[in-house]
Design a binder for this molecule. Structure first.
Ligand code: SF4
Length: 373
Protein backbone atom coordinates (compact mmCIF):
# COMPACT_ATOMS: atom_id res chain seq x y z
CA UNK A 1 0.00 0.00 0.00
CA UNK A 2 1.31 3.46 -0.88
CA UNK A 3 2.02 5.89 1.91
CA UNK A 4 1.40 8.81 -0.40
CA UNK A 5 -1.89 10.44 -1.15
CA UNK A 6 -2.13 9.96 -4.89
CA UNK A 7 -1.88 13.15 -6.90
CA UNK A 8 -5.47 12.67 -8.05
CA UNK A 9 -6.53 13.73 -4.55
CA UNK A 10 -4.81 17.03 -5.02
CA UNK A 11 -6.92 19.63 -6.71
CA UNK A 12 -9.52 17.26 -8.12
CA UNK A 13 -12.86 16.20 -6.80
CA UNK A 14 -12.46 13.18 -4.55
CA UNK A 15 -14.70 11.39 -2.13
CA UNK A 16 -12.18 11.25 0.71
CA UNK A 17 -12.51 13.81 3.46
CA UNK A 18 -9.92 16.57 3.49
CA UNK A 19 -7.79 16.52 6.64
CA UNK A 20 -7.20 20.29 6.30
CA UNK A 21 -10.85 20.80 7.27
CA UNK A 22 -10.18 19.72 10.86
CA UNK A 23 -9.41 22.15 13.67
CA UNK A 24 -6.92 20.78 16.20
CA UNK A 25 -9.35 19.12 18.66
CA UNK A 26 -11.08 17.42 15.71
CA UNK A 27 -7.76 16.18 14.37
CA UNK A 28 -6.85 14.80 17.78
CA UNK A 29 -10.22 13.07 17.96
CA UNK A 30 -9.70 11.55 14.50
CA UNK A 31 -6.25 10.29 15.47
CA UNK A 32 -7.60 8.68 18.65
CA UNK A 33 -10.48 7.15 16.68
CA UNK A 34 -7.91 5.49 14.40
CA UNK A 35 -6.36 3.90 17.50
CA UNK A 36 -3.24 6.08 17.66
CA UNK A 37 -1.92 8.18 20.52
CA UNK A 38 -2.98 11.79 21.04
CA UNK A 39 0.54 13.23 20.73
CA UNK A 40 0.62 11.99 17.12
CA UNK A 41 -1.98 14.65 16.34
CA UNK A 42 0.48 17.37 17.33
CA UNK A 43 3.16 15.91 15.06
CA UNK A 44 0.69 15.55 12.19
CA UNK A 45 -0.54 19.14 12.65
CA UNK A 46 3.02 20.41 12.43
CA UNK A 47 3.56 18.56 9.13
CA UNK A 48 0.30 19.82 7.68
CA UNK A 49 0.31 23.43 8.82
CA UNK A 50 3.84 24.37 9.84
CA UNK A 51 5.85 22.50 7.21
CA UNK A 52 3.11 22.50 4.58
CA UNK A 53 3.67 18.90 3.49
CA UNK A 54 1.11 17.58 1.01
CA UNK A 55 1.70 13.85 1.34
CA UNK A 56 1.97 11.46 4.25
CA UNK A 57 5.12 9.75 2.93
CA UNK A 58 7.62 12.44 4.01
CA UNK A 59 6.15 12.62 7.56
CA UNK A 60 8.99 10.47 8.78
CA UNK A 61 8.49 10.86 12.52
CA UNK A 62 5.07 9.21 12.18
CA UNK A 63 4.93 5.42 12.28
CA UNK A 64 4.48 3.78 8.88
CA UNK A 65 1.26 2.12 10.03
CA UNK A 66 -0.17 5.49 11.11
CA UNK A 67 0.69 7.07 7.76
CA UNK A 68 -0.98 4.17 5.96
CA UNK A 69 -4.12 4.59 8.07
CA UNK A 70 -4.17 8.30 7.30
CA UNK A 71 -3.73 7.75 3.57
CA UNK A 72 -6.68 5.32 3.62
CA UNK A 73 -9.04 7.81 5.20
CA UNK A 74 -7.91 11.37 4.65
CA UNK A 75 -6.83 13.34 1.60
CA UNK A 76 -4.57 16.39 1.92
CA UNK A 77 -6.34 18.58 -0.62
CA UNK A 78 -4.84 21.98 -1.34
CA UNK A 79 -6.45 24.44 -3.73
CA UNK A 80 -4.82 24.34 -7.15
CA UNK A 81 -3.08 27.47 -8.42
CA UNK A 82 -4.42 28.14 -11.92
CA UNK A 83 -2.93 31.58 -12.49
CA UNK A 84 -0.24 33.68 -10.80
CA UNK A 85 0.46 37.29 -11.66
CA UNK A 86 3.25 39.38 -10.19
CA UNK A 87 3.00 43.14 -10.32
CA UNK A 88 5.89 45.53 -10.91
CA UNK A 89 5.41 46.68 -7.30
CA UNK A 90 5.83 43.10 -5.97
CA UNK A 91 2.14 42.31 -5.40
CA UNK A 92 1.40 38.68 -6.25
CA UNK A 93 -2.09 37.56 -7.14
CA UNK A 94 -3.23 33.93 -7.32
CA UNK A 95 -6.33 32.46 -8.86
CA UNK A 96 -7.11 29.25 -6.99
CA UNK A 97 -9.36 26.37 -7.98
CA UNK A 98 -11.08 24.38 -5.24
CA UNK A 99 -11.77 20.65 -5.52
CA UNK A 100 -15.24 21.32 -6.98
CA UNK A 101 -13.84 23.62 -9.67
CA UNK A 102 -14.95 26.89 -8.00
CA UNK A 103 -12.32 29.64 -8.22
CA UNK A 104 -11.28 32.37 -5.79
CA UNK A 105 -8.47 34.88 -5.50
CA UNK A 106 -5.83 35.53 -2.89
CA UNK A 107 -3.26 38.32 -2.98
CA UNK A 108 0.15 38.85 -1.37
CA UNK A 109 0.84 42.51 -0.73
CA UNK A 110 4.47 43.42 -0.05
CA UNK A 111 5.33 45.76 2.78
CA UNK A 112 9.08 46.26 3.38
CA UNK A 113 10.47 42.83 4.21
CA UNK A 114 7.18 41.01 4.67
CA UNK A 115 3.87 40.23 3.03
CA UNK A 116 0.30 40.77 4.05
CA UNK A 117 -2.01 38.17 2.56
CA UNK A 118 -5.55 39.02 1.56
CA UNK A 119 -7.83 36.00 1.98
CA UNK A 120 -11.14 35.14 0.34
CA UNK A 121 -13.92 33.49 2.32
CA UNK A 122 -16.74 33.02 -0.21
CA UNK A 123 -16.87 32.10 -3.89
CA UNK A 124 -18.41 35.32 -5.18
CA UNK A 125 -20.37 37.46 -2.75
CA UNK A 126 -24.07 38.19 -2.18
CA UNK A 127 -23.56 41.74 -0.82
CA UNK A 128 -23.67 43.40 -4.24
CA UNK A 129 -21.40 46.38 -3.53
CA UNK A 130 -21.57 48.41 -6.72
CA UNK A 131 -17.85 49.33 -6.79
CA UNK A 132 -16.61 45.74 -6.41
CA UNK A 133 -15.97 43.18 -9.16
CA UNK A 134 -16.80 40.33 -6.78
CA UNK A 135 -20.08 42.01 -5.88
CA UNK A 136 -21.00 42.07 -9.55
CA UNK A 137 -20.41 38.37 -10.11
CA UNK A 138 -22.93 37.25 -7.47
CA UNK A 139 -22.74 34.49 -4.89
CA UNK A 140 -21.77 30.89 -5.65
CA UNK A 141 -21.01 29.27 -2.29
CA UNK A 142 -19.31 29.62 1.05
CA UNK A 143 -15.73 28.46 1.32
CA UNK A 144 -14.92 25.90 3.99
CA UNK A 145 -12.62 26.67 6.91
CA UNK A 146 -9.92 24.45 5.42
CA UNK A 147 -10.15 26.13 2.01
CA UNK A 148 -9.86 29.55 3.60
CA UNK A 149 -6.82 28.60 5.71
CA UNK A 150 -5.12 26.65 2.91
CA UNK A 151 -4.74 29.88 0.91
CA UNK A 152 -1.87 30.66 3.29
CA UNK A 153 -0.20 27.30 2.59
CA UNK A 154 -0.36 27.98 -1.15
CA UNK A 155 1.11 31.47 -0.86
CA UNK A 156 3.86 30.35 1.50
CA UNK A 157 4.84 27.50 -0.83
CA UNK A 158 4.99 29.93 -3.75
CA UNK A 159 7.29 32.30 -1.83
CA UNK A 160 9.59 29.48 -0.77
CA UNK A 161 9.59 27.91 -4.23
CA UNK A 162 10.68 31.20 -5.75
CA UNK A 163 13.50 31.71 -3.27
CA UNK A 164 11.74 34.63 -1.60
CA UNK A 165 12.89 34.59 2.01
CA UNK A 166 10.11 36.92 3.12
CA UNK A 167 7.24 35.41 5.07
CA UNK A 168 3.54 36.10 5.25
CA UNK A 169 3.37 38.17 8.43
CA UNK A 170 -0.17 39.51 8.45
CA UNK A 171 -3.51 38.27 7.22
CA UNK A 172 -6.54 40.28 6.17
CA UNK A 173 -9.95 38.80 5.41
CA UNK A 174 -10.52 41.33 2.67
CA UNK A 175 -10.72 39.21 -0.48
CA UNK A 176 -13.83 37.76 -2.07
CA UNK A 177 -16.84 37.41 0.18
CA UNK A 178 -18.31 38.81 3.37
CA UNK A 179 -16.76 36.97 6.37
CA UNK A 180 -19.70 37.42 8.72
CA UNK A 181 -22.04 35.73 6.23
CA UNK A 182 -19.85 32.65 6.50
CA UNK A 183 -18.98 33.03 10.15
CA UNK A 184 -18.90 29.33 11.16
CA UNK A 185 -16.30 28.48 8.52
CA UNK A 186 -14.39 31.73 8.96
CA UNK A 187 -14.21 31.04 12.70
CA UNK A 188 -12.84 27.56 11.92
CA UNK A 189 -10.20 29.04 9.64
CA UNK A 190 -9.20 31.50 12.38
CA UNK A 191 -8.74 28.60 14.81
CA UNK A 192 -6.60 26.75 12.26
CA UNK A 193 -4.48 29.76 11.37
CA UNK A 194 -3.82 30.76 14.96
CA UNK A 195 -3.12 27.32 16.45
CA UNK A 196 0.32 27.35 18.14
CA UNK A 197 1.78 24.21 16.58
CA UNK A 198 1.04 25.37 13.06
CA UNK A 199 0.93 28.74 11.35
CA UNK A 200 0.47 30.50 14.68
CA UNK A 201 -0.94 33.87 13.60
CA UNK A 202 -1.86 35.86 16.68
CA UNK A 203 -5.00 38.03 16.89
CA UNK A 204 -3.00 41.21 16.33
CA UNK A 205 -1.71 39.84 13.01
CA UNK A 206 -5.17 39.03 11.62
CA UNK A 207 -7.68 41.65 10.52
CA UNK A 208 -11.20 40.73 9.52
CA UNK A 209 -12.75 43.27 7.20
CA UNK A 210 -16.53 43.29 7.18
CA UNK A 211 -19.45 45.38 5.93
CA UNK A 212 -20.92 44.51 9.36
CA UNK A 213 -23.91 42.20 9.53
CA UNK A 214 -26.54 42.83 12.19
CA UNK A 215 -26.63 39.97 14.68
CA UNK A 216 -23.18 38.71 13.69
CA UNK A 217 -20.94 41.68 14.45
CA UNK A 218 -21.30 41.31 18.21
CA UNK A 219 -20.63 37.55 18.02
CA UNK A 220 -17.40 38.26 16.15
CA UNK A 221 -16.45 40.88 18.74
CA UNK A 222 -17.10 38.56 21.68
CA UNK A 223 -14.97 35.76 20.26
CA UNK A 224 -11.99 38.07 19.82
CA UNK A 225 -10.21 35.97 17.20
CA UNK A 226 -9.17 38.87 14.92
CA UNK A 227 -9.04 42.65 14.79
CA UNK A 228 -12.04 44.39 13.23
CA UNK A 229 -12.00 46.60 10.14
CA UNK A 230 -15.37 47.97 9.10
CA UNK A 231 -16.00 48.62 5.41
CA UNK A 232 -18.00 51.81 5.79
CA UNK A 233 -17.15 53.59 2.53
CA UNK A 234 -19.86 56.19 2.95
CA UNK A 235 -20.61 59.09 5.30
CA UNK A 236 -24.40 58.86 4.98
CA UNK A 237 -27.07 56.18 4.68
CA UNK A 238 -28.02 57.39 1.18
CA UNK A 239 -24.49 57.07 -0.20
CA UNK A 240 -23.99 53.73 1.53
CA UNK A 241 -27.21 52.45 0.01
CA UNK A 242 -25.93 53.37 -3.43
CA UNK A 243 -22.48 51.86 -2.92
CA UNK A 244 -23.36 48.91 -0.66
CA UNK A 245 -27.02 47.95 -1.03
CA UNK A 246 -26.67 44.70 0.91
CA UNK A 247 -24.79 46.25 3.82
CA UNK A 248 -27.04 49.31 3.98
CA UNK A 249 -29.94 47.14 5.15
CA UNK A 250 -28.47 47.88 8.56
CA UNK A 251 -28.91 51.68 8.85
CA UNK A 252 -25.59 53.46 9.19
CA UNK A 253 -26.46 55.25 12.47
CA UNK A 254 -27.40 51.90 14.09
CA UNK A 255 -24.17 50.39 12.84
CA UNK A 256 -22.10 53.17 14.40
CA UNK A 257 -23.96 52.71 17.70
CA UNK A 258 -23.17 48.97 17.60
CA UNK A 259 -19.53 49.77 16.95
CA UNK A 260 -19.43 51.95 20.04
CA UNK A 261 -20.26 48.81 22.02
CA UNK A 262 -17.93 46.49 20.10
CA UNK A 263 -15.69 44.51 22.47
CA UNK A 264 -12.09 45.63 22.16
CA UNK A 265 -8.99 45.14 24.27
CA UNK A 266 -7.18 48.05 25.92
CA UNK A 267 -5.54 50.38 23.40
CA UNK A 268 -7.35 48.75 20.44
CA UNK A 269 -9.53 50.77 18.12
CA UNK A 270 -11.93 49.89 15.34
CA UNK A 271 -10.53 50.50 11.86
CA UNK A 272 -12.92 52.24 9.51
CA UNK A 273 -12.25 51.48 5.83
CA UNK A 274 -13.26 54.20 3.42
CA UNK A 275 -12.76 53.84 -0.35
CA UNK A 276 -12.57 57.23 -2.04
CA UNK A 277 -14.47 57.25 -5.33
CA UNK A 278 -14.40 60.24 -7.62
CA UNK A 279 -17.51 62.39 -7.39
CA UNK A 280 -19.33 59.93 -5.12
CA UNK A 281 -17.85 60.22 -1.63
CA UNK A 282 -14.53 62.06 -1.99
CA UNK A 283 -15.55 65.71 -1.45
CA UNK A 284 -14.86 67.89 1.59
CA UNK A 285 -18.60 67.88 2.34
CA UNK A 286 -18.34 64.07 2.62
CA UNK A 287 -15.32 64.38 4.93
CA UNK A 288 -17.33 66.75 7.10
CA UNK A 289 -20.26 64.26 7.23
CA UNK A 290 -17.86 61.47 8.10
CA UNK A 291 -16.38 63.46 10.98
CA UNK A 292 -19.86 64.05 12.33
CA UNK A 293 -20.78 60.36 12.00
CA UNK A 294 -17.64 59.08 13.73
CA UNK A 295 -17.26 61.79 16.34
CA UNK A 296 -18.11 59.46 19.27
CA UNK A 297 -16.38 56.33 18.00
CA UNK A 298 -12.92 55.21 19.15
CA UNK A 299 -11.51 54.51 15.68
CA UNK A 300 -8.81 55.05 13.12
CA UNK A 301 -9.63 55.67 9.49
CA UNK A 302 -8.03 53.83 6.61
CA UNK A 303 -8.54 55.70 3.33
CA UNK A 304 -8.16 53.78 0.09
CA UNK A 305 -8.08 55.43 -3.33
CA UNK A 306 -10.47 53.46 -5.54
CA UNK A 307 -8.79 51.15 -8.04
CA UNK A 308 -11.00 51.30 -11.16
CA UNK A 309 -12.08 47.87 -12.39
CA UNK A 310 -13.36 46.53 -15.72
CA UNK A 311 -17.09 46.90 -16.27
CA UNK A 312 -17.57 49.21 -13.26
CA UNK A 313 -18.62 52.79 -13.85
CA UNK A 314 -16.75 54.43 -10.96
CA UNK A 315 -13.46 56.27 -11.31
CA UNK A 316 -10.36 56.66 -9.17
CA UNK A 317 -10.29 59.91 -7.18
CA UNK A 318 -8.16 62.90 -8.05
CA UNK A 319 -4.94 62.74 -5.95
CA UNK A 320 -5.57 66.34 -4.81
CA UNK A 321 -9.02 65.32 -3.52
CA UNK A 322 -7.49 62.40 -1.63
CA UNK A 323 -4.95 64.68 0.04
CA UNK A 324 -7.58 67.26 0.95
CA UNK A 325 -9.87 64.57 2.41
CA UNK A 326 -7.05 63.10 4.47
CA UNK A 327 -5.91 66.51 5.67
CA UNK A 328 -9.44 67.44 6.75
CA UNK A 329 -9.80 64.31 8.88
CA UNK A 330 -6.38 64.77 10.47
CA UNK A 331 -7.16 68.35 11.40
CA UNK A 332 -10.28 67.08 13.14
CA UNK A 333 -8.10 64.84 15.30
CA UNK A 334 -8.53 61.46 13.59
CA UNK A 335 -5.72 58.99 13.05
CA UNK A 336 -5.72 58.45 9.30
CA UNK A 337 -3.74 56.11 7.08
CA UNK A 338 -3.79 56.23 3.32
CA UNK A 339 -3.49 52.84 1.69
CA UNK A 340 -1.90 52.97 -1.70
CA UNK A 341 -3.44 50.81 -4.40
CA UNK A 342 -1.03 48.06 -5.28
CA UNK A 343 -0.88 45.66 -8.17
CA UNK A 344 -2.90 47.85 -10.53
CA UNK A 345 -1.15 46.26 -13.52
CA UNK A 346 -2.35 42.76 -12.49
CA UNK A 347 -6.03 43.39 -11.69
CA UNK A 348 -5.32 43.16 -7.95
CA UNK A 349 -8.52 44.60 -6.53
CA UNK A 350 -10.99 42.09 -5.17
CA UNK A 351 -12.52 39.95 -7.91
CA UNK A 352 -10.80 41.62 -10.84
CA UNK A 353 -8.49 38.77 -11.83
CA UNK A 354 -11.25 36.16 -11.62
CA UNK A 355 -13.53 38.40 -13.69
CA UNK A 356 -10.84 38.98 -16.26
CA UNK A 357 -9.88 35.31 -16.57
CA UNK A 358 -13.50 34.15 -16.78
CA UNK A 359 -14.28 36.79 -19.36
CA UNK A 360 -11.30 35.69 -21.42
CA UNK A 361 -12.29 32.07 -21.17
CA UNK A 362 -15.90 32.85 -21.95
CA UNK A 363 -16.95 30.87 -18.90
CA UNK A 364 -18.95 33.53 -17.18
CA UNK A 365 -22.11 32.01 -15.84
CA UNK A 366 -25.37 33.49 -14.78
CA UNK A 367 -25.00 33.07 -11.08
CA UNK A 368 -27.76 33.35 -8.54
CA UNK A 369 -28.10 35.26 -5.33
CA UNK A 370 -26.94 38.70 -6.43
CA UNK A 371 -28.50 41.45 -4.38
CA UNK A 372 -29.05 44.08 -6.98
CA UNK A 373 -28.37 47.67 -6.08
FE1 SF4 B 1 -18.67 41.45 -1.14
FE2 SF4 B 1 -16.67 42.82 -0.05
FE3 SF4 B 1 -17.16 43.01 -2.65
FE4 SF4 B 1 -18.88 44.09 -0.93
S1 SF4 B 1 -16.75 44.70 -1.23
S2 SF4 B 1 -19.41 42.82 -2.72
S3 SF4 B 1 -18.77 42.62 0.75
S4 SF4 B 1 -16.51 41.18 -1.57
Amino acid sequence: MSLFVPSRFRNQPCTMRNILELIYPELEHAVLAMGHQAFRARQLWQWLWRRGVREYGPMTNLAREFREDLAQEWAIAWPEVTEVRTSSDGTIKFLLRMVDGATVETVLIPDKSRYTQCLSCQVGCPMGCSFCSTGQMGYVRNMTGGEIAAQVLVAREHLRGHGLAVEVKNLVYMGMGEPLLNWDEVRKSLHILSYPEGLEFSRRRITLSTCAIKGKLDVFGREGLALPAISLHAPTQDIRKRLMPGAAKWPIEELIKALQEFELRPRERVTIEYILIRGVNDGIEHARQLVRLLSHLKCKINLIAYNAGPGIAYEAPDPAAVMAFEEFLRKKGFTVTLRKSKGQDIAAACGQLKTEVERTQGERKNEQGFING
